[in-house]
Design a binder for this molecule. Structure first.
Ligand code: VTB
Length: 360
């Protein structure tokens, strides 16, 4: 079989959402990233988020889908746009469930620090976890680890010690533990995890925000990121799971209330539980099930999954949104679908053709 036949077959295995909606997904993240680009470095993360949300919603509503937001900006009473349950799209098109983060890493964008993106994923009905906006304590690994797990029956797990997980990573990736690099959000709640990883001999890269893209990087050969560990937003975990489903990686972990993860007082934990339990129950999650282990397929059960991200500030392989003057803009994005097809796209929007149309 020629390679071209293989690529053609891959294109044919794509489901209807990947075939028909994926090309439009790019415009949705591009619009959000463009709006956010004007806010880079202005120090106002709320406004940066607002303009990204507004732009993303506008383009979503011009898209021929019958969509429902499953992971969004929050509950209906706290988020006016892209709230959980909001119906989006023209209504003429496939029924899809949607996870969005119009500006992942609001602080990063507001302060012009690397790593902020506009991101979205979609899947068929029932394809995206209907979960609360709390934390997900997780381990994210790439396809080589998944292959090793399948072959040996050994598995990375949130219930293993960091040392046990490092041993599995070391065998799976054929690396010494001293060569392994784990990305962890720099938070007090991760002090124990960071110490244990370092004591076991691994290297730990601390980041201030934005652990979604590093999760995707575990699926990129020689990216230098072997795993992402620790708790972060559950919405970001679902978005990460969407990408991993396309790339063959894995996320595993459990939901956790921020007050519990951040070791707040009994009183604060009770207050958060009282506030969130009714919502959790409405979503079908009983108190005893909050801390159940969930993996990629629990977070994204869908079969026809699509994902897109556009850089706002610089990233490992996506270059920042560049404002070229007079509203012109240059963007880099990644899109993928569950067929396995990945695209890295540079877009240049220049309205005046008398200007030099291509910027490098
Ligand atoms: C993480 C990180 C995000 O929120 O989800 C984090 O990936 C949640 O942790 O980029 P904290 O509540 O400790 O900030 C972000 O930093 C922002 O959404």
């Amino acid at each position: 079989m020629f390679f071209s036949d293989k690529a053609e077959k891959m294109m044919q295995t794509a489901g209807p959402i990947e075939k028909n909606i994926l090309p439009h997904l790019l415009h949705i993240t591009e619009a959000a990233a463009t709006a956010a680009a004007y806010e880079i470095g202005r120090g106002n993360k709320n406004h940066a988020d607002y303009v990204a949300v507004e732009a993303m919603r506008r383009i979503l509503n011009q898209t021929n889908i019958n969509g429902t937001i499953k992971i969004g900006e929050g509950e209906r009473d706290e988020a006016p746009m892209l709230f959980i349950g909001e119906k989006v799209g023209t209504g003429n098109g496939p029924v899809v469930e949607i996870a969005v983060d119009p500006l992942e890493g609001t602080n990063l964008a507001a302060n012009n620090i690397n790593g902020s993106i506009a991101v979205i994923s979609m899947a068929e009905e029932g394809g995206i976890f209907h979960g609360p906006d709390i934390y997900f304590d997780k381990i994210v690994v790439g396809p080589e680890v998944v292959k090793y797990e399948r072959e040996t029956g050994k598995q990375v797990s949130i219930d293993n010690s960091p040392k046990e997980n490092l041993n599995i990573l070391s065998e799976a990736l054929k690396k010494e533990i001293s060569e392994i690099n784990i990305v962890v959000l720099d938070r007090k709640r991760h002090e124990k995890l960071i110490n244990e990883l370092r004591e076991a001999g691994a290297r730990v890269s601390l980041i201030t925000d934005g652990d979604l893209m590093p999760g995707i990087m575990t699926c990129v050969k020689n990216s230098g990121i072997d795993a992402v560990m620790g708790s972060g937003g559950s919405g970001e975990a679902v978005l990460t799971a969407s990408a991993l489903k396309c790339l063959g990686g894995k996320i595993t972990g459990r939901l956790v209330l921020p007050s519990v993860a951040n070791e707040k007082s009994e009183e604060e934990i009770k207050r958060e539980l009282d506030e969130k339990l009714p919502r959790l129950e409405k979503m079908g999650i009983k108190e005893k099930d909050i801390s159940k282990i969930r993996d990629t397929c629990d977070l994204v059960p869908g079969k026809d999954v699509i994902f897109a991200a556009t850089a706002v500030t610089d990233g490992p392989f996506l270059k920042k949104a560049k404002l070229l003057g007079q509203g012109d803009v240059q963007l880099t994005s990644i899109t993928m679908g569950s067929s396995g097809c990945v695209k890295i796209i540079q877009s240049i929007y220049i309205s005046d053709k008398e200007k030099n149309p291509i910027y490098l």
